[in-house]
Design a binder for this molecule. Structure first.
Ligand code: ATP
Ligand code: MG
Ligand code: MG
Ligand code: MG
Length: 465
């Protein structure tokens, strides 16, 4: 019976049964007694399964003892309890079929040893074969599935917002333009400006920087919605927290204010972290031992404790009063820098912290103006070790206030004609946020660089794969 390795290691379909597994060799060890021990992984769980092969097997000397890391094999044999430490079941092989050899084993990049993260990044096509990248891929999948399950169980509809968007002018400097190859030589007017009316869509178009504006339209009809997909920003900053292509989870809820929004963010994170601890015990234990000894405690801490909630103004006071020397001077009105965010979440609070009510001048036009007329109902969730992991807000639902903000910020009002319609026809208070999915994977696993938690990272000067 063909089984996955996770099932075989759990003793399915039963002791003494004949099973077949397919996968890739991680290691081979030969004993003097004419036995070979082959560890095989297939991605279904953290641990490989051990197959014990004895030299009476027909292709033992011609093939089995030539197996090296990376070879693909199909092994059939009896599932038996293992004598070896740390593993429950193993296979007493009766046949070993080699499905794919590794050419020139000496130069195979993924030798079974510890590689640097830089080396793995340069071999992004092969790194899923390593313990660490395999574990990241499984945990990433579990988080994504749990996100969908959470929203499904709470009555949200998943809305597929577009990847190609019209300009929302907001993220101007960070947008990737979309154009067809044969439209690269678009005509220019006398002033040298490109005539985009001749472009594919008849006007400028860009890769999405956020699905929010579009998802708000669905929120104003379906009450509880979310979008979850890739997002693009031409981030020039070479940091361990930014990618040019990253994934974002963006829920939007109607008849809701900023506190409802913060509650939703907390509930979602708690749900997802519980799923990870329940479903990916093996991978999380690996991360705890090899990457970050605190990673499991950190998730438990989130599950067991409410997030701290603070006003931006109070955060500024705390930062000013602290003895810590910050590189970027602290003053009411600044956008919090990573060093400030991390100080608050890591040192001052010690767990995720929701900071609310930021100065309006540093936040987007669509965030709801507070009664003080100086701040908006924005919130960021700051996580220890990461800084900002979520950015969100109650949206401005009053057309007159929205128009004033658009004008104040010098944005082109005509771009927002449909967004303004949402305020003209049955407007209600609503709120939403964006969770940086990759930052969340980083937070969960303790893998510090965001380039190591996404399969093929897109960063400046690198689109090799
Ligand atoms: P930052 O201040 O870290 O640049 P931001 O305020 O520009 O983030 P938002 O526009 O609020 O980001 O987007 C929502 C979330 O998406 C952020 O809280 C973050 O988790 C994530 N995010 C933003 N930009 C990136 C990026 N370039 N790569 C990965 N994740 C990102
Ligand atoms: Mg940014
Ligand atoms: Mg920010
Ligand atoms: Mg933000």
């Amino acid at each position: 019976m063909l089984v996955t390795i996770v099932d075989a290691l759990a003793g399915k379909p039963g002791i003494g049964e004949e099973v077949t597994v397919q996968g890739w060799v991680r290691t081979r060890r030969d004993s003097k007694a004419g036995l070979s021990f082959i560890n095989v992984h297939d991605g279904s769980c953290f641990n490989p399964i051990q197959a014990v092969v004895d030299n009476t097997i027909e292709n033992y000397s011609s093939e089995v003892i030539k197996l090296t890391a990376g070879c693909a094999v199909k092994i059939t044999g009896k599932l038996v309890e293992s004598q070896g430490k740390g593993q429950s079941f193993e296979i007493q092989a009766t046949t070993v079929e080699v499905l794919g050899w590794v050419e020139d084993p000496d130069t195979y990049p993924m030798q079974p040893k510890r590689h640097s993260m830089e080396f793995l990044r340069d071999n992004a096509h092969l790194r899923p074969r390593t313990n660490i990248s395999g574990a990241v891929a499984r945990v990433r999948n579990t988080i994504a599935q749990a996100v969908h399950r959470f929203f499904h169980e709470n009555g949200f509809n998943w809305i597929h917002t577009p990847i190609i968007t019209a300009s929302d002018a907001e993220g101007a400097g960070e947008m990737f333009r979309v154009s067809t190859l044969d439209q690269m030589n678009l005509p220019k007017d006398d002033k040298g400006n490109i005539d985009y009316s001749k472009d594919f869509f008849g006007s400028e178009s860009f890769l999405t920087v956020s699905g929010q504006l579009n998802v708000e339209a669905y929120c104003m009809a379906m009450s509880k919605v979310y979008t979850f997909g890739p997002t693009f920003r031409a981030e020039n900053s070479n940091t361990s927290r930014h990618l040019a292509e990253f994934w974002m989870v963006e829920p939007e809820i109607a008849f809701a204010d900023l506190n409802d929004n913060a509650d939703l963010a907390e509930d979602m994170m708690r749900y997802v972290f519980e799923a990870v601890l329940n479903e990916r015990e093996d991978d999380m234990e690996f991360f705890q031992q090899r990457v970050d000894s605190e990673c499991i405690n950190r998730l438990r801490n989130v599950i067991d404790n409410k997030f701290e909630r603070m006003d931006y103004t109070d955060v500024i006071d705390i930062l000013k009063k602290s003895d810590k020397k910050f590189e970027y001077p602290v003053e009411w009105g600044i956008d919090l820098q990573s060093e400030h965010e991390r100080f608050i979440a890591e040192e001052h609070v010690g767990r995720p912290t929701v900071v609310m009510n930021y100065p309006k001048d540093i936040k987007a036009f669509y965030m709801r103006l507070n009664d003080d007329e100086k701040t908006v109902a924005a919130m960021d969730v700051l996580a220890p070790g990461i800084g900002e992991i979520i950015g969100g807000a109650q949206r401005e639902e009053r057309l007159d206030v929205l128009d004033k903000r658009i004008a104040e910020m010098g944005l082109p009002a005509e771009h927002y004609w449909w967004y303004r319609d949402l305020r003209r026809y049955g407007t209600v208070p609503h709120a939403g946020f964006g969770l940086g999915f990759d930052r969340c994977v980083s937070y969960v696993t303790g893998v510090a660089n965001i380039r190591d938690v996404i399969p093929f990272p897109r960063v400046p000067n690198n689109v090799k794969f």
